[in-house]
Ligand binder design. Structure first.
Ligand code: SDX
Length: 435
């Protein structure tokens, strides 16, 4: 039974034993009960499947207010970063906790430009995967394999400088890793990066160079891609960032931790949704464009179908990122002279769902994945590469939280408890005595 909130702590009476629970208040007024001593003092643990009510840590990197649709990186609103910043500048912000001076930004760009390519042996790795392998499987495998080029296999052996070096190297290599996946898909050779090009220009160049698509990539498309990377760069304790932190807490290396994050992001309920949205919109189009029919299917629990790109654990109103992406969709498509009927279907689907009691009652709104695929597709990125783009954007956020976990006090291995509900003590019976 919870007694009165007394000052900055409360107490809970468990079978006559009163346990003090300190109240933790965040800089935006969020309140939490610190239960870190609960088991030691009472033998009780808390139970919260899928961690909907559980804070894993205190963090300064990203703030989300799900009721108000607020998202900030180190206090800076995502709308301002999307409009005014660049992905590399936002990367600096996430990694070092402040916007860079011009000199710091130039230095970071130069450090990244020195790390744009991947070892020849890693390039050979791609040819050993079947053409059916999903790009996210290849991405996770290649990132993990890059640990073989870092002498220190555990973060315990690495100094802060080592970790910073490894972080910048991986961020620099990511466009080449992603582009090489695409080049393998289309059966073309790897294109070496151009150190004079910007990060996003290089990505586009290494993917589409020497193909017909290269001509259609306009400066607006590159700007839109850079904005998408900013919008995907961080999102506090989401599934994949939590995976990166949990795996990293065992003191394995950054590559292994990021490979785990990539694997988690792949899932259709997480970053894989951006690919599923396009599949869903195409399915609606191919079956005659009956949006209402699809919404009904998504409401039917037995269908096991969900409206991809809709709903969120934290946002109970519009995902601010979805608002930004939707607002630039029309402009990017018009500038690129691309007409994608799926955009109109997406808008109709959104309107239909937002007026439907099922979605209203559950506060299900479009999330970051609902419109992003429209822009990726307009640029020429194939659907199964969408989540690779999400991972590229999220990389600095994953690294920032991985570093924050390692330097937090105390920084222990992540190891949740459980409530056991299986059979009580049962003796072994020889096989000839079993029924
Ligand atoms: C991302 O966490 C992050 O920050 C993630 C992310 C990031 O930047 O890292 O924002 C990126 O992953 C965005 C989400 C992308 N995923 C999708 O678009 C997949 C579709 N959405 C859902 O599967 C779902 O909404 C989740 C996974 C996103 C959130 O799931 P929750 O919070 O666990 O909600 P839930 O499964 O408990 O659903 C609550 C109710 C259920 O119905 P009831 O049991 O109450 O009757 O809402 C229903 C669900 O069936 N529901 C949906 C739905 N999403 C939830 N019904 C139909 N379509 C949907 N999309």
């Amino acid at each position: 039974m919870l007694e009165e909130l007394v000052g900055e702590s409360t107490s809970v009476n468990l079978n006559g034993k009163v346990v003090e629970l300190p109240v933790v208040t965040g800089s935006e007024g969020e309140k939490g009960l610190d239960v870190s001593q609960l088991r030691k003092e009472s033998g009780y643990i808390t139970l919260d499947p899928a961690y909907g009510n559980t804070g894993a840590c205190e963090s300064s990197i990203c703030f989300i207010d799900g009721e108000k649709g607020i998202l900030r990186y180190w206090g800076i609103p995502i709308e301002q970063l999307a409009e005014k910043s660049s992905f590399i500048e936002t990367t600096y912000l996430l990694l070092y906790g402040k916007l860079p001076s011009q000199q710091e930004l130039t230095q970071l760009s130069q450090r990244i430009s020195k790390n744009l390519t991947i070892p020849d042996l890693v390039k050979k790795l791609y040819s050993n995967f079947s053409d059916e392998t999903h790009p996210m499987a290849l991405l996770s495998a290649v990132v993990s394999a890059l640990s073989g080029y870092d002498k220190k296999q555990s973060s315990l052996e690495q100094s802060e400088v080592d970790i910073d070096e490894t972080s910048i190297r991986l961020i620099g290599q990511f466009p080449a890793i992603a582009a090489a996946i695409y080049r393998k898909k289309i059966g073309k050779e790897f294109i070496e990066p151009d150190p004079k090009a910007t990060y996003t220009e290089n990505l586009v160049r290494m993917m589409f160079g020497e193909t017909d698509l290269e001509k259609q990539i306009t400066p607006e498309a590159i700007e839109a891609l850079d904005m998408l990377l900013i919008l995907h760069a961080d999102h506090e304790q989401n599934c994949s960032t939590s995976a990166v932190q949990l795996v990293g807490s065992s003191r394995t290396n950054l590559y292994a931790s990021i490979a785990a994050g990539i694997a988690a992001l792949w899932g259709p309920w997480h970053g894989g949704a951006n690919q599923d949205v396009m599949v869903m919109l195409q399915k609606i189009k191919d079956s005659g464009g009956d949006v209402q029919k699809y919404v009904e299917i998504a409401k039917d629990k037995n269908s096991k179908v969900r409206l991809s790109g809709f709903g969120h654990r934290v946002y109970k109103t519009f995902d601010p990122r979805a608002k930004v992406i939707k607002s630039v969709c029309d402009k990017v498509l018009e500038k690129m002279g691309v007409n994608n009927p799926l955009l109109e279907i997406a808008k109709e689907l959104e309107q239909t769902a937002l007026q439907d009691e099922y979605f209203i009652q559950r506060k299900l709104y479009p999330n970051v994945d609902f419109y992003s695929g429209i822009i990726y597709k307009a640029i020429g990125i194939p659907t199964d590469m969408f989540t690779v783009m999400f991972a590229m954007g999220r990389l600095p956020g994953w690294i920032a939280h991985w570093k924050e976990m390692l330097t937090s006090k105390p920084s222990r291995i992540g190891r949740p408890r459980q409530i056991y509900v299986g059979p009580t003590k049962t003796d072994y019976t020889p096989v000839d005595q079993r029924s």
